[in-house]
Design a protein. Structure first.
Length: 329
């Protein structure tokens, strides 16, 4: 009887520990309101951060990039956006908000652009300015759990793929002649890759994803090991359980690779070769998975995470704009 009691107590303690591990990782990575300390450069010797998370900050001393940031700031100081609002179509019924920047002249060209993980419209400024100057309406939503949008959790691109469809529908209601480019960077890029596998309306002419990842499971596993040197079992499995409880989506199902097998729209994928946050090797995996008849891949030498457009701006925008112009002339 003694051994049985001991076994039951041990089992209960294991379950409690499993739940606590899951809660820790959920709070750290998925809870929209927790501080994402692992994205910041270490301030102490023992403080951990994920390598490559601060690639954008590291470019602040680049002369060309300094000039581009000044132009970004000037654009935002002189262009007041309209705030648009929709309701998510899932059980959460979240209020989602986005910033609409109309072009200087009438146009039916639209860029629907999505920012990255734990970020905001500030990460979208370069695309907003560039595409606005090229005659596009630009709609840059705050993703669920970010900025002005509602939500207590981050969907890592999976639940956001359906928000993309809702924003597309909203654009079409505003402009029945709209020709839409859907694009995003980092988690926004992954959201675009996931949305590519959904049934997209004719108004969507093409998609461009910058440094998106293969799946939620893959990126969390990669960063779990990069940050803590921990294996998937039991840690990622505990996180999966907690995410299911709190957010309602399964990180083991949330796969851009599987979604891309159903993709039909023209798609371009971009990635920096020195990306350590979303590893560069994921570019070939998502590109190979895409069923789109017209697909293009662009690797940017020397670029870290989310900095492809900063590291080689001429190369980046030459290909980005050429791809967009092919389908939205």
């Amino acid at each position: 009887m003694t051994w049985l009691i001991a076994a039951v107590i041990a089992a209960v303690l294991c379950v409690i520990l499993y739940v606590l591990i899951g809660e820790f990782f959920y709070h750290m990575a998925i809870d929209a309101h927790s501080k994402k300390w692992f994205l910041e450069p270490p301030k102490k010797k023992k403080q951990k951060s994920i390598e490559g998370a601060d690639s954008y900050a590291a470019m602040r001393d680049d002369t060309r990039e300094t000039h581009e940031r000044e132009l970004d700031t000037l654009y935002f100081e002189t262009h007041e956006p309209e705030i648009w609002e929709i309701t998510s179509c899932d059980r959460h019924a979240l209020t989602l908000k986005g910033y609409h920047f109309p072009p200087a002249a009438p146009s039916d060209k639209w860029l629907l652009f999505f920012h990255g993980y734990a970020s905001s419209i500030l990460w979208s400024r370069r695309w907003i300015r560039t595409m606005s100057e090229h005659g596009y309406h630009v709609l840059a939503p705050d993703m669920r759990g970010h900025g002005l949008s509602g939500g207590d959790y981050i969907g890592m691109g999976w639940d956001e793929r359906m928000d993309i469809l809702a924003w597309i529908d909203h654009i079409i209601k505003e402009d029945s002649a709209a020709r839409i480019l859907v694009s995003g960077v980092s988690m926004g890029g992954a959201s675009v890759l996931c949305a590519a596998g959904e049934l997209l309306p004719d108004a969507v002419k093409c998609l461009i994803a910058d440094c998106g990842y293969t799946s939620v499971r893959d990126i969390l596993s990669y960063q779990l090991h990069a940050l803590f040197r921990l294996p998937d079992m039991p840690f990622l499995y505990a996180a999966r359980s907690a995410i299911l409880r709190h957010a309602g989506y399964d990180i083991f199902r949330a796969s851009a690779v599987e979604q891309l097998k159903k993709a039909e729209k023209p798609i371009m994928m971009i990635h920096g070769e020195e990306d350590k946050f979303v590893p560069f090797y994921m570019l070939e995996q998502v590109f190979a998975a895409a069923a789109s008849k017209d697909k293009e891949m662009l690797a940017i030498p020397g670029a870290g995470h989310g900095t492809a457009c900063c590291t080689a701006p001429d190369l980046y925008w030459e290909h980005y704009l050429a791809f967009a112009d092919r389908y939205i002339p």
